[in-house]
Design a protein around this ligand. Structure first.
Ligand code: SDX
Length: 427
């Protein structure tokens, strides 16, 4: 039964409908608020504000639940592969064999990148941060794929999505190889989607490609765990840029820039740098815990806390277990993992963190896995972007198919009231 709320303001009463989602979430529908009351809302960081109705991902921060199109993250991480999950997020259903094969074939047919793009990549110094390179190259792709900008039909939309799913991994591999001074080449379309990504990133010239199923399976799982997360900062960026009809690639480029920030996807790089600093400091975790709690110290315990999860981030639980297994299988004894576990234990028992419900998030353990795969720390957030790509695409597609209005929040002006111009000689 639809419910409603009553707002009383200056002696008048106003009613607004309450909308209920399929997982019983409730929200006040304030679409008419300003026109009927003259009021707007103020909610910095949108902590209490829903930007849209979405059927893609559900998460319950209190219970630590995450579902893609109704399937639990635990089941998908265990039983699906990344390409299947990409299809599920974008089209809403797990693909059958024919659908998955066609999706992969369509992607493989678009996996070339114009040679001219290498000239753009060459323009960057080796010291350039890979997220800045990737955001730029994603935008540059527009010039070589103009038909992927003004997509109005679902067919045009499909090919824009397939193109970026095909070309983005190539750009990721080229970004890594450029930093390592390795030749830029392509993978092998006879391989699986994630195996091909691994080969493009790590194949060494004059060496036979060494396939490692442990790494490829773990990478596939990590990409699934990062694939979508409802209206987080970078996804909201993709949606708001997409809402101006700037096109998919431009929207994704903006999302990559938003993800780069250390408070968001950049945290996985910051976590590793923090853990390495603690290791260099003789493993003095107490010192960093004290810094994290000191209001006068800008330092935060990276990889801890979350806007929505006030319980364990289910992804962190899965990654922590996988990190143990993968490092063991690879015969890697990484002291950084032990420092991470020690830090987690101390934080989970510390009143400051317990009171604020600060738990390890997806970024706390992921970097330890990437490091075990031989991925440089600066590339960690690029791996996050690679995983989040299908989620961004799915959210952009949903926003466009629902004909959402252009995103344009209001504000409360607190600046100078009207005043007259003062000539220079009188200032
Ligand atoms: C991701 O939104 C998503 O879904 C994102 C993501 C996704 O999949 O897209 O899940 C990926 O971005 C994960 C988060 C990665 N970021 C980090 O690990 C950076 C460290 N964490 C924080 O900076 C922080 O927890 C945020 C940014 C993640 C969330 O910040 P909020 O929700 O704005 O909370 P807040 O900053 O208001 O903090 C509330 C309190 C404050 O203390 P008080 O003012 O109440 O005394 O908790 C404290 C904060 O100082 N706090 C921390 C802390 N995180 C919050 N104190 C120390 N260390 C931390 N990490």
């Amino acid at each position: 039964m639809a419910d409603k709320v009553t707002l009383e303001f200056q002696g008048k009463k106003y009613e607004f409908p309450v909308v209920e989602g399929t997982e019983k979430e409730l929200a006040i529908d304030i679409k008419t608020l300003r026109s009927v009351t003259g009021l707007t809302t103020l909610d910095p960081g949108y902590k209490n504000t829903g930007s849209c109705e979405s059927a893609i991902t559900f998460l319950d921060g209190e219970k630590g639940i995450l579902q893609y199109r109704g399937y639990s993250i635990e089941e998908l991480a265990e039983k699906a592969d990344f390409l299947e999950v990409a299809y599920l997020l974008i089209f809403g259903e797990l693909p059958n064999k024919e659908q998955l094969e066609k999706f992969h074939t369509d992607i493989k047919n678009e996996s070339h990148v114009d040679e001219e793009m290498k000239k753009i990549l060459d323009g960057f110094p080796k010291s350039a941060h890979p997220m800045g390179v990737l955001s730029s190259l994603t935008n540059a792709l527009i010039a070589f794929n103009p038909s992927s900008v003004n997509v109005s039909s679902e067919k045009e939309m499909y090919y824009a999505m397939v193109r970026i799913l095909a070309k983005f991994p190539v750009l990721v591999a080229w970004t890594l190889r450029k930093k390592k001074g390795l030749p830029l080449d392509y993978g092998d379309d006879t391989l699986g989607y994630v195996e091909n990504i691994h080969k493009m990133m790590f194949k060494r010239p004059n060496h036979q490609y060494e396939k490692n199923d442990i790494v490829i399976n773990a990478l596939d799982k990590l990409l699934i765990l990062h694939a979508d997360h409802e209206q987080n900062c970078s996804t909201s960026t993709v949606r708001i840029v997409g809402s101006s009809h700037a096109g998919l690639f431009a929207s994704l480029s903006a999302g990559i820039s938003a993800l780069w920030g250390p408070l968001h996807g950049g945290a996985n790089q910051a976590v590793l740098e923090m853990l390495e600093a603690i290791e260099a400091d003789g493993g003095d975790t107490e010192k960093y815990m004290a810094k994290a709690k000191d209001k006068n110290d800008p330092f935060r315990l990276m990889g801890f806390g979350h806007r929505v999860y006030k319980n364990f981030d289910p992804r962190a639980k899965i990654i922590k277990k996988a990190a143990d297994e993968v490092l063991n299988d690879l015969g890697i004894d990484d002291p950084i993992l032990e420092i991470a576990k020690k830090l987690e234990k101390e934080a989970l028992e510390d009143p400051y963190f317990v009171k604020r419900k600060l738990y390890p998030n997806v970024d706390f353990y992921s970097g330890i896995m990437y490091r075990a795969f031989g991925i440089p720390t600066e590339m960690f957030t690029v791996m996050f972007a690679l995983g989040r790509l299908p989620g961004w695409i799915a959210q952009w597609r949903e926003m466009r198919l629902r004909n959402e209005p252009i995103g344009r929040p209001r504000q409360i002006y607190v600046g100078e009231t009207k005043r007259s111009f003062v000539p220079l000689e009188k200032r």
